[in-house]
Design a binder for this molecule. Structure first.
Ligand SMILES: Nc1ncnc2c1ncn2[C@@H]1O[C@H](COP(=O)(O)OP(=O)(O)OP(=O)(O)O)[C@@H](O)[C@H]1O
Length: 290
C-alpha cells in the first residue's frame, strides 16, 4: 500500500443506516497494516472546509468515504485538487456511482477495494459551476428529491412514499431548448438527464453506452413516463426505445427551460433553474475500483 495516513469521511445520516460497523472494520484493517486512521463525521455544514483542513494538517494521502452520492460529491470537491485516489464504502440510499463503478456488495471487499491500487480517472461534469460525478437532471426526478428532502422518512422507503404526491403535483412535460457543439433542438420531456455514467442508483440502465471516463457526457431526453420502458431499463436491456428516451452525446451544452424547472445534481436538490451550462472539467477524479 502506497499511502500512510487515511481519512475516513462518514455521513451519519446517509441511507438511514448505522455506520459503527464500517468505522470499526476500516480502523481494524488500517491498524493491521500500520496505516494512520483519522475520522471525520459530516454535519451538513462547513464539511468541505473541515475535510480540507484535516487533509492538510494530518498529511492525509487517501480518503475513504462512507456515504451516498451526495457525500462522495462533497469529498470530490475537496480531493480533486490533490493527487491521491478516494475509496468508496457505499452507504447511501441509492449508491449510483458505486453501481456504475461495479463496487462490491460485501463490506470486507469494499474496504479491500477502497485501499487497493486499481483506479479509474473519472470525468467531472460541471453544471452551472456545480460539480457532478454521476447523474443530474431537470424535471420529475428532481421534484421527487425535493419532496424527499423536506419529508421526515429517510432511505429508499422515503423515496417510494414521495413518488405518488410528486406524480400528482408535477406539471410535466417540461419544455427545453438544447444546444450542444453539434446540434440545436427543442424538446418536451418528463425528465432531461445529464449522465456521466450508464445507470441510476436503482440500477436502471438508461444510458447503455455511457462511460464515466470517456470525456463525453450524454443528454437524456425522457419523452414520456412509460412503465414498460422503465422496467426494460431495470432489466438492463441495452437498446432503449427512441420514443421513450433520446440520447445526445456532448462535450459541452446549454439548456434553456421555457419555465424554471426543478434541478438535482448527484441526488441533491439544487432549486428551480431556467438555464444550465454543462461542460467537462479538465481535471479528473481518481477513484479506487476493483
Ligand atoms: N450530520 C448530518 N446531519 C444531517 N444531514 C447531513 C449530515 N451530514 C451530511 N448531511 C447531508 O447528507 C446529504 C448527503 O447524503 P448522501 O447523498 O451521501 O446519502 P443519501 O443516503 O443518498 O442521502 P439521503 O438519505 O439524503 O438520500 C447532504 O445533503 C448533506 O448535507
Amino acid at each position: 500500500m502506497n499511502f500512510k495516513e487515511v481519512l475516513l469521511v462518514v455521513n451519519p445520516i446517509s441511507g438511514n443506516t448505522d455506520k459503527k460497523g464500517i468505522i470499526s472494520e476500516v480502523q481494524k484493517e488500517l491498524e493491521m497494516h500500520d496505516i494512520g486512521f483519522h475520522q471525520y463525521t459530516t454535519t451538513g455544514e462547513n464539511d468541505r472546509e473541515e475535510i480540507k483542513s484535516i487533509i492538510d494538517k494530518k498529511n492525509i494521502d487517501r480518503v475513504i468515504v462512507a456515504g451516498g452520492d451526495g457525500t462522495i460529491n462533497l469529498v470530490a470537491k475537496v480531493v480533486k485538487k490533490y493527487n491521491f485516489p478516494i475509496g468508496i464504502i457505499p452507504a447511501g440510499s441509492a449508491n449510483g456511482l458505486a453501481v456504475n463503478l461495479k463496487l462490491p456488495d460485501e463490506l470486507s471487499e469494499q474496504i479491500e477495494t477502497a485501499m487497493g491500487d486499481n483506479h479509474i480517472d473519472l470525468d467531472i461534469l460541471c453544471l452551472n459551476n456545480i460539480i457532478c460525478l454521476h447523474m443530474s437532471d431537470l424535471g420529475i426526478n428532481a421534484e421527487l428529491i425535493k419532496n424527499y428532502e423536506t419529508s421526515s422518512i429517510r432511505g429508499k422507503f422515503g423515496y417510494l412514499i414521495q413518488s405518488i404526491p410528486t406524480l400528482i403535483q408535477s406539471e410535466f412535460p417540461f419544455k427545453f431548448k438544447i444546444e450542444t457543439e453539434n446540434c440545436s433542438k427543442n424538446a418536451s420531456a418528463v425528465l432531461l438527464g445529464f449522465a456521466n455514467a450508464s445507470k441510476y442508483g436503482t440500477g436502471a440502465n438508461v444510458n447503455p453506452k455511457g462511460e464515466p471516463n470517456d470525456g463525453i457526457f450524454e443528454i437524456l431526453i425522457f419523452k414520456k413516463l412509460s412503465l414498460s420502458d422503465i422496467l426494460k431499463t431495470l432489466r438492463n436491456e441495452t437498446d432503449p426505445d427512441p420514443d421513450f428516451v433520446e440520447i445526445i452525446p456532448a462535450k459541452k451544452a446549454k439548456v434553456t427551460c421555457v419555465k424554471p424547472v426543478s434541478f438535482q445534481v448527484d441526488g441533491e436538490y439544487i432549486g428551480k433553474e431556467s438555464e444550465i451550462e454543462i461542460k467537462i472539467l479538465p481535471e479528473k477524479l481518481r477513484i479506487a475500483i476493483p
